[in-house]
Design a protein around this ligand. Structure first.
Ligand code: CP
Length: 299
């Protein structure tokens, strides 16, 4: 009966448990739930990877899935409130995976539902299962997320994946984290106040790019800007291009939670450092591991 709202809901041991199980699944372990379970996917906001990889993960475990991918087909369109929608999903399912445009929506749902809630992204707040995938990709690439230099590049103000990653890394021992963003998109102070590892805020990756082991890039989150004019001012303020990647270490990696817009030049996709599609592929074994732990009652 465990809710997953923030990456801080995972201890270091939890991360390593998920990584170990995901690794076994990748190597061919057949994991099936003993009892029949129904997973609800409540996506009030668009998604490709999170929705479809959670659905695939549930099906591969032998669970059934039901849900929606926009508010157009549900009774919210007739004025039903969020709380009542969650009460219905609680009646019909064993676990609710929820994405919503409002910060705190998953937490609020967890206060209403007696069934486990998994936050699949709430506004500009958090996306904790993306962090499981992000750190698992680092773990697969380097053997450990510890003692590495990270560069987190992009919209650090509105990207929920960044908040969850920065919090998730507090469970490990990064050597150093560069927070790289245009001035208006700097990370929020309340997140920075929680970090227990060395970090520095800078405006451009050029001076530090040769030090970085993990470059984590995010899209500018246009949909979160209260004022579109503010978005227009920063919309093309950074791009990972061939010139930048040529300065990176040979064994460094580039991650991105996706979707991307224009912040990574498509010519980078064939570079050995480009791991973002591989990262997305790990969504299924990681989410299988998490759903198994929750639906089997182990967590
Ligand atoms: N990474 C991620 O959350 O992608 P989607 O928005 O496609 O789910």
């Amino acid at each position: 009966m465990r809710d997953i709202i923030s990456s801080l809901d995972f201890s270091k041991e939890d991360f390593l448990t998920i990584f170990s199980l995901a690794d076994e699944i990748e190597k061919g372990k057949r994991l099936k739930l003993q009892e029949e379970k129904v997973v609800a996917t409540a996506f009030f906001e668009p998604s490709t990877r999170t929705h479809l990889s959670f659905t695939t993960a549930a099906l591969r475990l032998g669970a059934k899935t039901m849900g929606f991918s926009s508010t157009e087909g549900i009774s919210e369109a007739k004025g039903e409130n969020f709380a009542d929608t969650i009460r219905m999903l609680e009646n019909y399912s064993d676990c609710i995976i929820i994405r919503h445009k409002f910060d705190g929506a998953a937490k609020f749902a967890s206060e209403i539902s007696n069934k486990p809630i998994i936050n699949a992204g709430d506004g500009k707040h958090e996306h904790p299962t993306q962090t499981l995938i992000d750190i698992y990709t680092v773990y697969k690439s380097f053997g450990s997320p510890d003692n590495l230099t990270y560069g987190i590049l992009g919209d650090l103000k509105y990207a929920r994946t960044v908040n969850s990653l920065l919090r998730g890394l507090t469970r490990f021992k990064p050597r150093f984290v560069y927070l790289i963003s245009p001035e208006p998109l700097k990370a929020r102070k309340e997140i920075l106040s929680e970090l227990n590892y060395p970090y520095k805020e800078i405006n451009s990756p050029s001076e530090v790019i040769s030090e970085i082991d993990v470059l984590y890039v995010t899209r500018i989150q246009k949909e979160r800007f209260p004022d579109e004019m503010e978005y227009e001012k920063v919309k093309e303020s950074y791009t990972v291009d061939e010139n930048l990647v040529n300065q990176m270490k040979k064994d460094s990696i580039i991650l991105h939670p996706l979707p991307r817009v224009n912040e990574i030049d498509r010519r980078i996709d064939s570079k050995p450092q480009a791991k973002y599609f591989y990262q997305a592929s790990l969504g299924v074994p990681v989410r299988m591991s998490l759903l198994y732990k929750i639906l089997s009652g182990e967590w």
